[in-house]
Design a binder for this molecule. Sequence first.
Ligand SMILES: [Zn+2]
Length: 353
Amino acid sequence: MIRQGTAGVFAVDRRLYLPEHLAPTLTAVIDTEEEFDWSAPFNPAATSTENILYQPLAQAIFDRHGVVPTYVIDYPVAASEKARAVLAGFVASGRCEVGAHLHPWVNPPAGEPIDAFHSYPGNLDPALERSKLSALTDCIAEGFGQRPIIYKAGRYGVGPATGRTLAGLGYRIDTSVVPYADFSAHSGPVFTGLPAGPFMTVEGILVLPLSVHFAGRLAGLGPRLYPRLSSRWGRFLHLPGAAARLRLIERIRLSPEGHELGDMKRLTRAALLQGERFFMLTYHSSSLLPGAAPYVRTAAEREHFLGMLDRYISFFLCECDGRTAPLSAVAATLLGSAATDPSGVESRRLEPG
Ligand SMILES: [Zn+2]
């Protein structure tokens, strides 16, 4: 049973499911943002977006497989003519969708303290969260000629006012929820208790969570067992790591960041067995500039990263007999109408090349 609302984040209205007759569906969401030192304090002056110049490397893979990814774009990217030019090329040819991604520390208007707590947009004063998102929305609308309706909070940081703010600014879809995650130790959001699949909030925002699933011999017990393993005592006793090493229960996020292809396949097979039909692949744009993010440090590691992306999509489409669809088309299917598909992009099933 779904708990009606979880303190601090979205209040659930109802869970939504893709129709049984549809093949498992893959989407991709890329956090499209500046390079920043993930281990250093937040720096409002760090706004270089050189990594965007390398996005065509991954887009070529998406194109080959018929995947229409969503680039959720943050302010430094939307404000950079050079970065925009790369992405606008994808948009103009209908090869991607764009959404908004809010990193408060580099998004006007400034004014909040620059620290970890305020790096989560949902921790800001609601008026400031709205002002920042409004500025970002306008910047994207101006740069790309379309108002975004898809949102992803920086650091997954949705808060108690986010649903209302999104609805007020015309957003329809949120992609910030990380199922089973509890970021409260770092002042971030708590997602435990929320559904691991698509749901509608009381404000009418369709939430499409990241794909986080359990693999291992006890995968089916994951949603109930994992919160206990990962409790303060469980972590003290290193239970999550031990359970993963013994292949009893592993929590895996569908991303080539910090995971190998085998992990992504294991997650997918386990989730399919448990009846999941919606899959969201994610990564950060900065992973394509060696050294800009923790997961890719050399050109060789970037090749490996791109190879994993390519082989995973092939695996999903061929071995899992899956299909791929843009986020807006998935939303339209879930809601039973084409009303949320402003791009007119149809869901598609293409033979992988
Ligand atoms: Zn981000």
